[in-house]
Design a protein around this ligand. Structure first.
Ligand SMILES: NC(=O)C1=CN([C@@H]2O[C@H](COP(=O)(O)OP(=O)(O)OC[C@H]3O[C@@H](n4cnc5c(N)ncnc54)[C@H](OP(=O)(O)O)[C@@H]3O)[C@@H](O)[C@H]2O)C=CC1
Ligand SMILES: N[C@@H](CC=O)C(=O)O
Length: 402
């Protein structure tokens, strides 16, 4: 008889990954009930284990761990709230739910002296949260950035390496179980910003609501943008970035041009990469699968095991001011010159206008850029500051920030 009885919510990509990884390991935890939504769906597990009624798990006093792995952030919050209030330890992989409600979730954990862990919510199989909490607790992290979305990276890889269409590549990401049920969260850069928001808490003790983080994704990328990058031996990667100097925090999620000297250049498919730059250890790199059934199932299982060892997050708290009104250098491509206002740029280093498309490379305020991009599918922005070195390209010079 195992000591830890799990009530599992969700039996999709990640739920099944947890089920398999748990069944292949000798642990003191077992899944006793699984709550799902659709009665018509065939299941690969014993029907006795299945329920469609959340209260059957939440009111079951034998169940001491709730694992929440559903694709609905609103319903997930209800489940997690109810579980914590009942004193049940919780594991979740829902980054939207965690990032948007972290203040309340921290408070609930304190009030009810009950832990919530969410390693699987951030960069799949990369053990980033636990490392930030424990290993890096004495490091003075100055910058943390990387590729935090497996689906977008998978799509970009297929566009660059195999010349696939955007639609085909997105479809593959969905079939492989990497994409969110609403893939706008992936390709629009929302999912990596939820992850960045969670990371800020554990890297710096900073609570920055995702709403306050600039995000632009790969949803408007064109074949011309890919050709532009390829001609210059660059790749495009969707990056999430945070800098903190002890007072001012700057954050950003956006596609960037990067060159072959950047470790992120070589991170392909659904792999994620986290680059940490700190005072003592300087640069460190963590690479691993950022999405998928078994990699994420393993991260969730690792949290379950951690709960059996009474592990909790510490939630340090640091004061800061937001420095997010910064100017960035971007390549802005457009279908027609009427789609953009050149005066929006503070300075322009290069521009091209053809009969049916064009681009501008220049410095622009992020708020202004957001207004230019909002609601338009005829304009795309790619940031030029993703490299760690300065590179010279015929016709133009990019200065890349560290
Ligand atoms: N896929 C991935 O690689 C990763 C996903 N995540 C996160 O993990 C979570 C789950 O994702 P994933 O497994 O891919 O999603 P899936 O769409 O594959 O599965 C979702 C599951 O949730 C169930 N469900 C939905 N609403 C409810 C509800 N109200 N009550 C009970 N069950 C419900 C569905 O039921 P039914 O089977 O009846 O449809 C289904 O079993 C999400 O938060 C996602 O962001 C995190 C990291 C990686
Ligand atoms: N949709 C997410 C899944 C993991 O978090 C991604 O593609 O990274």
């Amino acid at each position: 008889m195992s000591k830890y009885k799990i009530g599992l919510f969700g039996f999709g990509c990640v739920g099944q990954g947890l089920y398999k990884t748990l069944s292949e390991n000798d642990t003191d935890a077992e899944i006793v009930k699984v709550c799902v939504k659709r009665k018509e769906k065939e299941r690969s597990i014993d029907t006795d284990k299945i329920t469609y009624d959340a209260t059957e798990i939440l009111n079951n006093e034998n169940i001491n761990i709730i694992v929440e792995l559903i694709d609905d952030a609103t319903a997930a919050l209800e489940i997690v709230r109810a579980a914590l209030k009942k004193g049940k330890a919780v594991v979740s992989a829902n980054k939207k739910m965690v990032a948007e409600n972290l203040d309340e979730l921290i408070e609930l954990q304190k009030q009810h002296n009950t832990p919530l862990l969410y390693e699987g919510a951030v960069c799949g199989s990369i053990p980033i949260i636990r490392n930030l909490e424990d290993y890096y607790s004495s490091e003075h992290i100055e910058e943390i950035k990387g590729i935090f979305n497996g689906s977008s990276n998978y799509i970009l890889t297929k566009l660059f390496q195999e010349g696939k269409s955007y639609e085909e590549a997105l479809h593959e990401a969905q079939v492989n179980g990497f994409a969110e049920t609403d893939p706008t969260l992936d390709v629009g850069g929302f999912d990596p910003k939820f992850k960045l928001s969670i990371i800020l808490q554990h890297a710096f003790g900073l609570r920055q609501h995702p709403e306050k983080i600039f995000n632009w994704g790969i949803q408007n990328i064109t074949e011309r943008d890919i050709a532009f990058a390829k001609e210059r031996n660059l790749k495009i990667k969707l990056l999430a970035k945070a800098n903190f100097d002890g007072k001012v925090l700057s954050t950003l999620v956006a596609p960037h041009f990067i060159d072959e000297h950047n470790p992120l250049y070589h991170v392909e498919n659904e792999f994620n990469c986290v680059l940490i730059n700190g005072k003592y250890a300087n640069n460190q790199t963590m690479i691993g699968k950022g999405a998928g059934s078994l990699p994420t199932g393993l991260a969730v299982l690792s949290d379950v095991i951690a709960l059996t060892q009474d592990y909790t997050y510490r939630y340090k708290s640091t004061d800061f001011t937001s420095g997010d009104s910064q100017t960035a250098e971007v390549y802005l491509s457009f279908n027609g010159i009427d789609d953009i206002d050149k005066n929006a740029f503070r300075s322009i280093s290069e521009s091209y206008t053809g009969s049916d498309h064009g681009y501008i490379i220049g410095k622009i305020n992020l708020g202004t850029l957001q207004q230019l991009l909002n609601g338009s599918d005829r304009v795309n922005a790619i940031f030029t500051s993703g490299n760690q070195t300065e590179i010279e390209i015929p016709n133009m010079t990019y200065s890349y920030a560290n």
